[in-house]
Design a protein around this ligand. Structure first.
Ligand SMILES: [Zn+2]
Length: 206
């Protein structure tokens, strides 16, 4: 998910991955050109952008597909990297705008669906408003659906959190929404902004 926002500004091209970093308007070239790309362009998956420059011009082979042709056309507008240039840098871009630094608010604003400004109420809320509905969780159907259950302790939520938290160095799952919120605020090895973004994306996807 973060790759969608992380853009490379190529300096000397030595740290930017040709295939896996987003350094052109086309996003990751492995997605844009496809998995045959490394073979067609005779460029390994570990190639950097500096690999395709001799310091004066781009050294890509002749295009054999429309997407590679588009890349060639774009590169005619870009100065090839030279070894004496500054190191490559990364920028956090939201909707084409450089945020200067990571912005959780702007990132979430671009991720959230436009048609649902207000969060969908969980079933315990709907029941408290007098609606005649089944109280069971819409995902597992075995527990009453409330915020604590749906977003932290439902088996489906736990499955997603298990993978997310492994990357954030937390070994156990959450029991409640308030425990999740206090974890975001607490100082841990993972930064609060990263935890907040991970939480936003996880809750949105559940
Ligand atoms: Zn459930």
């Amino acid at each position: 998910m973060a790759q969608k926002f992380l853009k490379c500004r190529v300096g000397n091209g030595e740290n930017t991955s040709f295939w896996f970093d987003s350094w052109t308007p086309f996003g990751r070239l492995i997605d844009f050109i496809g998995t045959r790309g490394p073979c067609d362009l005779r460029l390994s998956l570990t190639a950097t952008v500096s690999t395709v420059s001799n310091g004066q011009s781009w050294t890509l082979p002749q295009p054999r597909s429309d997407s590679v042709l588009d890349l060639h056309i774009h590169l005619t507008t870009v100065t090839p990297p030279v070894a004496s240039a500054e190191p490559d840098t990364y920028a956090w871009m939201v909707n084409g705008t450089d945020c200067d630094k990571f912005s959780s608010a702007k990132t979430w604003d671009s991720l959230r669906p436009r048609s649902t400004i207000k969060p969908l109420p969980t079933k315990d809320k709907l029941l408290s408003w007098g609606l005649n509905i089944q109280p069971s969780c819409c995902l597992c159907t075995t527990h009453p659906e409330g915020r604590d259950h749906l977003f932290t302790s439902c088996g489906y939520a736990e499955f997603i959190w298990h993978h997310i938290l492994a990357k954030l160095h937390r070994s156990h799952l959450f029991y409640s929404w308030s425990e999740l919120m206090s974890w975001i605020r607490r100082i841990t090895t993972a930064s609060p902004t990263l935890k907040m973004l991970a939480t936003q994306v996880t809750v949105y996807n559940i």
